[in-house]
Design a protein around this ligand. Structure first.
Ligand SMILES: Nc1nc2c(ncn2[C@@H]2O[C@H](COP(=O)(O)OP(=O)(O)OP(=O)(O)O)[C@@H](O)[C@H]2O)c(=O)[nH]1
Ligand SMILES: [Zn+2]
Length: 186
């Protein structure tokens, strides 16, 4: 796959008016291919493998919040980066998830071609699926390079998306608790 992508990048460079064989660019098609494979590595991962059984019995039924999980994704419209932070809450129902797995779940879906709304929903559904939680909340805040480097060229706009499931959807108090814990006005 790397060699096929490398060939494509060589063509892209010449179509852009470059000379792919010149010194500085000689290894660029292969580097670009490897970089893009890393940035879209989420396609070859699956939830069960990354969670790796790290689900532990627990009698806690209080909200758990993991915040400021940084992520880098690519928008599916321009294949340009969007990046920011994810904040995840869940209300356990007999099972808690290993802490690092929230970041792994976020990265698995972020490292695909995405829109922010879908990324938010996929993370929420995955956390709900693996934990069986009675409530899940995910808030994503991100900046989109396709709006900064090109297009409307707005440098400071921040997109916030959220998905609330179960108890976090139905109880305003619970949702407010999550938003307060992550420093947002409820
Ligand atoms: N809702 C949403 N829109 C996104 C996301 N990433 C990029 N976009 C938008 O996707 C839209 C694509 O619009 P088009 O008009 O088809 O493409 P375009 O001519 O390149 O649009 P401009 O960016 O306005 O120049 C743009 O408004 C982008 O800002 C995302 O994660 N969520
Ligand atoms: Zn875009």
């Amino acid at each position: 796959m790397t060699s096929k992508l490398t060939d494509h990048y060589r063509h892209i460079l010449s179509d852009l008016g470059e000379q792919p064989e010149r010194d500085g660019l000689a290894d660029t098609p292969e580097r670009a291919a490897k970089a893009m494979q890393f940035l879209t590595g989420g396609y070859s991962e699956d939830l069960e493998t990354i969670v790796n059984g790290a689900i532990f019995e627990s009698d806690t039924d209080e909200m758990v919040v993991v915040q400021n999980i940084e992520f880098y994704s690519l928008c599916e419209h321009h294949m340009l980066p969007f990046f920011g932070q994810a904040h995840i809450a869940y209300i356990p129902d007999g099972k808690v998830l290993g802490l690092s797995k929230f970041a792994r779940i976020t990265d698995m879906y972020a490292r695909r071609l995405q829109i922010q709304e879908k990324l938010t929903k996929e993370i929420a559904n995955a956390v709900a699926d693996v934990t069986g939680a009675t409530g899940v909340g995910v808030v994503l805040e991100a900046r989109h390079m396709c709006m900064m480097m090109r297009g409307v060229q707005k440098q400071n706009s921040l997109m916030t998306t959220s998905v609330m499931l179960g108890g976090l959807r139905h109880s305003q108090n619970t949702r407010n608790e999550f938003l307060t814990l992550i420093g947002r006005r409820a």
